[in-house]
Design a protein around this ligand. Sequence first.
Ligand SMILES: [Cu+2]
Length: 158
Amino acid sequence: MKIKVMILTALMLLLPSLAAAEITVEKAWVRMPPPVADTAAGYMVMRNSGDQDVEIKGITTDAAKQPEFHSTSEHNGMVHMMKMDKVIVPAHGELHFGTGGNHLMLIGLTGELKSGAHVMMTLETAAGEKVMVHAEVRDLRDTQENMDHSGHGQHHGH
Ligand SMILES: [Cu+2]
């Protein structure tokens, strides 16, 4: 049953008229949360190289029970976060999720997110296309070299 649906979806994606969605994700990272927190914020840039706007219908990850896209707005000096009800990546454009603006909220973390860990996420477009996202956990508090926690000691500058 499920396999049949997947095959149908795959066939539909092969049709030229429906193959316009071209979503790629760059600069994905997750801010390392404080030890007791059960939410973490994530950031990324979604790029659409296609001729049509693409709606991102959902996101899933093993790292959190309830990942949501949030928008941030300021109203009378107060900053509010709201769940975005539509996530649209414009044709030949980008949608930015960055600090202080739109962001991804990982609600209900399923485990500890340590600096340097990797979080895999899957975006799903309204057309059923899946896009894998690979985000690294970064600790913004220590950007210095002398980190004492053992690890793979790799540097991440690109
Ligand atoms: Cu939020």
